[in-house]
Design a protein around this ligand. Structure first.
Ligand code: ADP
Length: 292
């Protein structure tokens, strides 16, 4: 269980990115953080694993006060926090298998790491995970030869091989096309439930957040202004999070994107698209229509 208590961050520039945010996150739940650019979403995620050092507040993971740990202790703690990044953070010249196994680097000895001699059970586990994320047969491909969606699948497998207690996900789909974005979020959501793994997701796309999250955290100017289920996100809440003009624009863009996809599909006679995508778009359009 993750408990975040009154988390605050003021950058050396004086920018108050977080002004005392709290959150309790339990098993197998996808929590999506939404909010305008600059609201503090990325800072929130990065303060949890202390890639950004919080100014005040506490982060407690399974009873351990993460904020009180020394550098060495924190390095060990980070093994339990899987992280998935927007830009994948793969080592481009290494293979898919090597990238996945790099998730075990914190667990093997210096010499094993140096010669990339991972225990057989780690290798077996990497094969299993690659199969689960749909990359069987790609083990020996170099990361730089993969598509964006495939790279993110490697990023997911690399995070999972750590056997983390929590998954921190920072804008995982911003570099992906809409269909791949939905597939990747569907995969993250399924894995969360299969593994009883809490997921904290920073996502700027409200439509995707409402489609895949069980709980939504609305951030505005460094404060949590909404914490509840997706169905509770109505016009008033969106206005509180984004301001009157902005959220309408956000939703309109999502709607236009869905319209464009539908037009493209009609143009292609639907041949290259599956039913799952259609139902996703229908869901999203329904959601948008309900809020007009
Ligand atoms: P979001 O992820 O919601 O877009 P961020 O957490 O990236 O928001 O940023 C929150 C605020 O903190 C913004 O005003 C941003 O300019 C500021 N900020 C983020 N990172 C830094 C930094 N390294 N130094 C100074 N200010 C920063």
């Amino acid at each position: 269980m993750l408990q975040v208590e009154n988390l605050a961050k003021t950058y050396p520039t004086g920018q108050q990115a977080l002004k005392g945010c709290s959150l309790t996150l339990d098993k197998s739940q996808v929590v999506a953080m939404i909010g305008p650019s600059g609201a503090g979403k990325s800072t929130f995620i990065r303060c949890i694993n202390r890639l950004v050092e919080p100014t005040a507040g506490r982060v407690v993971l399974d009873g351990t006060d993460v904020t009180a740990l020394s550098g060495d202790q924190m390095a060990k703690m980070r093994r339990h926090m899987g992280m998935i990044f927007q830009e994948y953070n793969l080592v481009e010249r290494l293979t898919v298998m090597e990238n996945v196994l790099s998730g075990r680097l914190g667990f093997v000895s210096f010499w094993q790491a140096l010669f990339r001699r991972f225990p057989q059970q780690d290798v077996a586990r990497a094969f299993e995970l690659l199969e689960r994320v749909g990359l069987s047969g790609y083990e020996n491909n170099r990361a730089d030869a993969l598509s964006g969606g495939q790279r993110q699948r490697v990023g997911i497998a690399r995070a999972l091989i750590q056997e983390p207690k929590i998954l921190l996900v920072d804008e995982p789909t911003s570099s992906l096309d809409p269909k791949t974005a939905r597939t990747i979020l569907g995969l993250i959501s399924d894995l969360s439930h299969e593994r009883g793994l809490p997921v904290l997701l920073n996502i700027h796309d409200v439509g995707l957040a409402l489609m895949f999250a069980e709980r939504v955290l609305g951030l505005s100017e460094g404060e949590v202004v909404f914490d509840g289920p997706p169905r509770g996100v109505d016009e008033a809440i969106l206005t509180r999070i984004y301001g009157e003009a902005d959220w309408r624009q956000t939703i309109r863009h999502a709607g236009e994107e869905a319209d464009e996809r539908r037009d493209r599909r009609a143009g292609a006679n639907g041949d290259s698209h599956d039913g799952a995508e259609q139902s996703d778009i229908d869901e999203r359009l329904k959601w948008e229509a309900a809020r007009r």
